[in-house]
Design a protein around this ligand. Structure first.
Ligand code: GLP
Length: 241
């Protein structure tokens, strides 16, 4: 596990974008596993900037996102589909037919999950997976539990996650209670993993996830077992390390 220390959010975003950009340059037809949440927004903005300068070409890139809320239509401005279009897909020359997210509008959760597993499999596997870190150690929407979920699954979001995500919705009642998320097994099969973490409120969970016991109670702790993980975190997030 490699830890890259960044000064602040800006610096973290630039350093994370360097790693993502290097992947796209080295393998133009790579498969990127992408994440939502507020942490990667700055890195996406950096990628857009580099694309606008002519330094990056996304025309052959395939993307698979970690998760999507169950029951939110794509045009809802809180859906992860909308987020990705807003922050990246709509701003670079990526082929929309090569960008994938779980289908939040598929009511049959078993079908939604198996369909998404098939899509990921057809891409040939993720070259570089970007991850944020939830306050309770969740990755994607894999919440703390008794076992690591291997494949795409439908999760009941925990109260703390619902509260954390409340800031994006008009009221707490509007926050979806369920989501479809890529499983831990699939995340662990990515060739490389890049975790971005920012802010003092993540300091405790960084310590638990990457320096504590490996347990499904802290889903991100499983990343200690992956062979190629880079954590790019700012000073505030690393303040307890
Ligand atoms: C959300 C997403 C995760 C994300 C996490 C942290 O619930 N499903 O993929 O990593 O929360 O979000 P943030 O980066 O806003 O702290």
């Amino acid at each position: 596990m490699k830890i890259v220390r960044a000064k602040d959010y800006e610096d973290m975003s630039r350093k994370a974008a360097n790693i993502l950009a290097a992947q796209v340059i080295m393998k133009p037809n790579c498969v990127l596993g992408l994440a939502t949440g507020s942490t990667p927004i700055g890195a996406y903005a950096q990628l857009v900037e580099r694309y606008n300068k002519g330094d990056l070409d996304f025309s052959e890139v395939t993307t698979v996102n970690l998760d999507e809320y169950r029951g939110l239509p794509r045009d809802n401005d809180q859906s992860y589909y909308y987020f990705m279009n807003d922050n990246l897909f709509g701003k670079v020359n990526i082929n929309p037919e090569r960008t994938f997210l779980p289908n939040g509008m598929e009511p049959d959760s078993e079908k939604a999950c198996r369909d998404y597993d098939r899509i990921i499999e057809q891409t040939g596997g993720v070259d570089l997976q970007l991850l944020g870190l939830g306050h309770n150690g969740h990755i994607g929407f894999n919440e703390p539990g008794d076992a690591f979920e291997l494949r795409t699954n439908c999760v009941n979001l925990t109260e703390s996650t619902i509260k954390a995500n409340q800031r994006f919705f008009a009221s707490i009642e509007d926050v979806p209670r369920q989501a479809y998320t890529m499983g831990i097994g699939t995340i662990m099969r990515a060739k490389k993993i890049l975790v971005v973490v920012s802010g003092e409120d993540k300091a405790q969970i960084i310590k638990e996830a990457f320096f504590g016991a490996i347990t499904p109670k802290v889903p991100a702790s499983v990343l200690q077992l992956h062979r190629n993980v880079t954590i790019v975190a700012d000073e505030a997030a690393l303040s307890l390390i």
